[in-house]
Design a protein around this ligand. Structure first.
Ligand code: RNT
Ligand code: ZN
Length: 418
């Protein structure tokens, strides 16, 4: 039974021409890909106790209770997923394979190392996404991988990325929903390079080698992720925005836009309708950079709202894969997953609750005053009642009710991990 608050919200939104039921149906049908790496600060399971090393990104904080094993990570994910409304996806990195305690070189990994993840996802009705791990490795420690000047090092990473595409395809095939395999590399220079061109030429050739084998788009998509700068690559990143935009447009690949990878005043939302004019498909890494690409937990904030508004206004949801990318090690990691995912969903719901036809009419009529007033007044409509109804229908706790579950889980499980 819907609540009286929802009935009132229904009236309020109907009065401005918004169909709540339609919005909730779209919300329920839109998956968010949860990033496995929030659970253990991008450590992975190649070696016990491994931590994120080198390579353009950094996790900060030492909150107790990070997942140390596959079983712990899965248990944490199950807890998080039980507090997030809807059916979602899991985004895995290559270092999270089920290696059974054995050392498997990155260019020798195969679908067999992800069989238990595929079974896990199938049991839960989740899709999987995937990523080569081109960092935390001796052959990545000098800051170059697919664009390395040494052909043997490049070849190693090409083989790793090819292995990852095959794993991604096996996941998509087994689960009946296409896996997006996203290539991000840390390559770049801390200080001013003398040659910006050579590494980019080598990266282009390496990517072409990686993507040589055609894979059916119904089971798998290739994405490439650009970046402005990274930790230790402040002066030059080989895979810049212009580089990958050109690459994705000419090779018909999925472009990944990470909200932390641009100048702080750039709007990622504004890029959506531009890049989708030229690339077939978009992958989003919904994140929050604070002063640098700091990967803070996603908020219900203006940049995230604007991003989802663009997806809805442009009718781009069918051409966009939505993933999260942050790794905060300074707070409860399960809460970080739940809060960030719920916030992304709230931003999507807010966008779905816009009276888009009315706004466009005002704009077409040149009534920019009316457009601004309506946009502002939308902010105080009873959105909370609609969100609460969504949580109720999806059988998960509403706001203020999920955190106690995480706190109990922390006491009973996370706090025992010493
Ligand atoms: C790094 C990229 C990349 C990573 C993950 C772990 O700057 O954002 O997406 O965060 O692959
Ligand atoms: Zn990212």
């Amino acid at each position: 039974m819907s609540t009286p608050a929802y009935a009132l919200a229904h009236e309020a939104y109907a009065a401005i021409g918004v169909d709540l039921e339609k919005a909730l149906a779209t919300l329920a049908a839109t998956p968010i890909s949860l990033h496995c790496w929030q659970g253990d600060d991008v450590g992975g399971f190649e070696r016990a106790g491994a931590t994120l090393e080198g390579g353009g990104i950094q996790a900060t904080g030492n909150y107790p209770g990070k997942a140390r094993t596959l079983a712990e990570l899965r248990q944490d994910l199950d807890t998080a997923l039980s507090l997030i409304p809807g059916k979602h996806r899991l985004n895995l990195h290559a270092i999270y394979g089920d290696f059974g305690g054995k050392k498997v070189e990155r260019n020798a990994i195969g679908p067999e190392h992800f069989r238990s993840w595929i079974d896990w996802a199938k049991q839960r009705g989740l899709g999987l996404d995937f990523n080569p791990t081109c960092f935390s490795h001796p052959l990545a420690n000098d800051g170059f991988t697919l664009s390395h000047r040494d052909a043997a090092v490049r070849q190693f990473w090409i083989e790793h990325a090819i292995a990852c595409r095959r794993i991604g395809a096996a996941m998509g095939q087994a689960l009946g929903t296409p896996t997006v395999t996203n290539v991000w590399i840390p390559d770049g220079h801390k200080d001013l390079p003398a040659d910006r061109k050579g590494p980019r030429e080598r990266l282009e050739a390496s990517l072409d080698a990686v993507f040589k084998e055609p894979i059916d788009e119904r089971i798998h998509r290739d994405a490439v992720e650009c970046k402005l700068f990274g930790i230790g690559s402040e002066s030059y990143v080989v895979g810049s925005h212009e580089f990958y935009l050109g690459y994705a447009a000419t090779r018909k690949k999925t472009l990944c836009l990470d909200m932390g990878h641009f100048h702080p005043t750039e709007s990622v939302a504004d890029k959506v309708s531009s890049v989708l004019q030229y690339v077939p498909y978009l992958l989003l890494h919904v994140s929050r950079g604070v002063r640098w690409d700091s990967d803070h937990v996603v908020l219900l904030d203006d940049p995230t709202r604007a991003l989802f508004e663009e997806l809805v206004r442009g009718g781009f949801l069918p051409r966009t894969a939505i993933g999260l990318d942050y790794f905060d090690a300074s707070i409860n990691r399960v809460a970080a997953w739940v809060l960030g995912t719920r916030n992304a969903l709230k931003c999507l719901l807010l966008a779905l609750l816009e009276p888009s036809a009315r706004l466009r009419e005002l704009e077409a009529a040149g009534d920019h005053t009316g457009r601004l007033v309506l946009l502002e007044e939308l902010k105080t409509l009873p959105f909370a009642a609609v969100w609460a109804e969504h949580c109720r229908r999806q059988n998960v706790p509403g706001d203020r009710a999920w955190l106690p579950t995480v706190q109990k889980y922390e006491r009973e499980h996370l706090a025992q991990r010493k």
